[in-house]
Ligand binder design. Structure first.
Ligand code: FMN
Length: 223
């Protein structure tokens, strides 16, 4: 796939076949993605790929907490309050949330279906594979940016190979479970999880086209 086509056609996928992604495919995606730039080539990211029994352990442990509405304790607190955003960002998020739920036929006041969707988030949206990005607690802002570049590479590389992926804050909501699953010390902090897999082409959840503000509203030119 040509790069511009990949940039223009990638979307988050949220409904996968119950299958793992083969290790060779994950290695192909990650070895290319690790070409991402980083501050002085510091390469601050650490990556855990979960499949098989590890995925089963994470899903089972997280499901229990999520189904009990445990808010979790993400290493980087979720900015859930509208007061933490500007009006225009709140408007973008409101419009996107509405689009995503409506596309899947979930009504605003249908608490049960909304909860099912939240739980499906924790289930890697049906896939057996998720990629987790974490870094040491000593690192800060610039390393987070570097990890973001790695994550975008992973999303585009997956798309190029015909796989679907969804970057998910939800997947790092209960980081103690992840540290247990991956045998990591408390000093390792989870930034994001990515569900990745063979997506169901006809699923409504995989055919959502989110909008973007127009170029003229996003960019200012200074001659
Ligand atoms: C940092 C970050 C966290 C996200 N967390 C979630 C999540 O927990 N669950 C989810 O379904 N989508 C999540 N998304 C996906 C966004 O909703 C999605 O990227 C956005 O709506 C734009 O849609 P697109 O990816 O299809 O272009 C996240 C994206 C980012 C970059």
């Amino acid at each position: 796939m040509e790069l511009f086509e990949a940039l223009l056609t990638r979307t988050s996928k949220r409904d996968f076949e119950n299958k793992p992604v083969p290790k060779e495919t994950i290695e192909k995606i990650l070895s290319a993605s690790l070409k991402a730039p980083s501050w002085a080539n510091s390469q601050p990211w650490e990556i855990a790929v979960s499949t098989g029994k590890t995925s089963e352990f994470i899903k089972k442990s997280v499901y229990k907490l999520a189904s009990e509405d445990d808010p979790g304790n993400p290493d980087f607190p979720f900015p859930l309050s509208p007061a933490l955003w500007l009006d225009k960002q709140n408007a973008n998020m409101f419009e996107t949330g509405k689009l995503i739920y409506e596309s899947m036929g979930i009504l605003r006041d249908d608490a049960a279906k909304r909860k099912d969707f939240a739980l499906y988030n924790q289930d890697f949206f049906g896939s057996q594979t998720a990629i987790y990005i974490y870094m040491d607690e000593k690192l800060g802002h610039w390393s987070t940016l570097d990890c973001g570049m790695l994550i975008q590479n992973i999303l585009l590389a997956a798309h190029d190979l015909g796989l679907g992926a969804c970057p998910q804050a939800y997947l790092v909501r209960y980081p103690d479970i992840l540290r247990e699953a991956f045998k990591l010390p408390d000093s390792k902090k989870f930034l994001l999880g990515i569900s990745i897999g063979f997506y169901k082409k006809d699923s409504a959840a995989n055919n959502i086209q989110t909008s973007r503000v127009e170029l003229k509203d996003a960019v200012k030119y200074y001659d």
